[in-house]
Write a protein of this length. Structure first.
Length: 296
C-alpha cells in the first residue's frame, strides 16, 4: 500500500462516516484499508467477468453477501474508534458469523448451499409465526385481530419470498443447512476458533456476566490494577475487531478462488497476512490465551 493511497482511503472513510481524522482512527488504518480494498478488489474483478462466467446463479448473491459483510466490518471499526467497545464486539461477532455463512456456502456446491441458507431462513420464519399465533391465541377482541392480521402478513411475505426463490433457482440442489454456527465452523475446519474467539465474542451479544464480574473484581483492587484490567478490555475489543476483519478477508479470498479472480485473490492474501501479523501483536496485550489461535 502506497502511503498516499492509504491516507486518501483513510480520509474518505472518515468523511463517509462523519469521523474526525485523528490518531485513534489512524491507528486502525490497516483494518480500514484491508476491508475497503478487499471489497473493492472483488467487486472490480466481478465486473470484468464474461456472461458465461456469470452464469453461476450464486455468484451475484454471494457478492451481495460480501458487500453487506464489509458493512459490518466497517461498522465494527466505527464503533471501536468512537469509544463504543461493547457495540464493536457485538458487530464484530455478527461479521464473523456472516463470514462463516459465506465461507460455508463457497466450500461446497454454492447453489445448493445458498438454497439451503434461504430454506433455513424460511423455515425459521414459519416456526416464528406458528409460535406467535400460539402465544396470541389467548387474546380476544381488538388485540387478537391485530396479532392475527400481523402474523398472516408475516407468513404471506415469507411464502412470497419462498415462491420467488423456488422459481428462480428450483430445489433440485437443495442441501441441509447446518442447524448451528458451531457446526458450520466445524465443517470449515475451524472448530477450535469457535471454542476460543467466537465463544468469547458471544459474551457481549448475550449480555453475559463477564464484564460485570471483571468490573466488580477490579474495583476491589488498587487503582493501578483496575486501570490495567480496563485497558485489557479495550485490547480484547480490538482483538475481536481484527479477527472480524480477518474473517471477512477469508470469505473474500474463498470467493476469488471459487470464481478464478486471481489478481484480487493475491491482493487479499497479502492483506490477510498483514492482519494476521497485527492480530499476533494485539494478542500479546490480552490475557485470554487467544493469541495461540491467531490465523487458524
Amino acid at each position: 500500500m502506497h502511503s498516499s493511497e492509504g491516507d486518501d482511503m483513510l480520509s474518505d472513510f472518515a468523511a463517509r462516516h462523519g469521523l474526525g481524522l485523528g490518531p485513534v482512527v489512524e491507528r486502525e488504518k490497516l483494518a480500514i484499508h484491508a476491508a475497503i480494498t478487499a471489497n473493492a478488489s472483488v467487486t472490480a474483478a466481478y465486473s470484468k467477468l464474461s456472461d458465461a462466467e456469470l452464469s453461476d446463479p450464486a455468484i451475484g448473491l454471494l457478492l451481495n453477501m460480501l458487500h453487506r459483510n464489509c458493512e459490518l466490518a466497517e461498522a465494527a471499526i466505527i464503533a471501536f474508534v468512537t469509544g463504543s467497545g461493547s457495540a464493536s464486539e457485538v458487530v464484530s461477532r455478527a461479521c464473523v458469523e456472516s463470514s462463516a455463512n459465506i465461507a460455508f456456502i463457497l466450500a461446497g456446491n454454492s447453489t445448493g448451499r445458498l438454497l439451503a441458507y434461504f430454506d433455513h431462513y424460511f423455515r425459521s420464519v414459519d416456526r416464528q409465526v406458528k409460535a406467535w399465533r400460539k402465544e396470541s391465541s389467548a387474546l380476544s377482541g381488538a388485540d387478537a385481530r391485530i396479532h392475527d392480521v400481523s402474523a398472516a402478513r408475516r407468513q404471506m411475505a415469507n411464502d412470497t419470498l419462498r415462491d420467488f426463490v423456488n422459481k428462480a433457482f428450483g430445489t433440485q440442489h437443495l442441501e441441509q443447512w447446518p442447524s448451528s454456527i458451531e457446526k458450520r465452523f466445524s465443517e470449515l475446519g475451524k472448530g477450535l476458533s469457535y471454542r476460543t474467539f467466537y465463544a468469547r465474542m458471544s459474551s457481549e451479544v448475550h449480555g453475559d456476566a463477564e464484564e460485570t464480574i471483571r468490573y466488580f473484581v477490579g474495583r476491589l483492587q488498587s487503582q493501578e490494577v483496575f486501570e490495567a484490567m480496563a485497558l485489557e478490555t479495550v485490547w480484547n475489543s480490538r482483538l475481536f475487531l481484527y479477527y472480524a476483519v480477518a474473517s471477512f478477508l477469508d470469505a473474500s479470498l474463498l470467493y476469488t478462488r471459487r470464481y478464478g479472480l486471481a489478481k484480487a485473490g493475491a491482493d487479499i492474501a497479502r492483506l490477510r497476512a498483514d492482519v494476521e501479523q497485527e492480530l499476533g501483536e494485539i494478542a500479546k496485550h490480552t490475557g485470554s490465551g487467544a493469541g495461540e489461535e491467531v490465523g487458524r
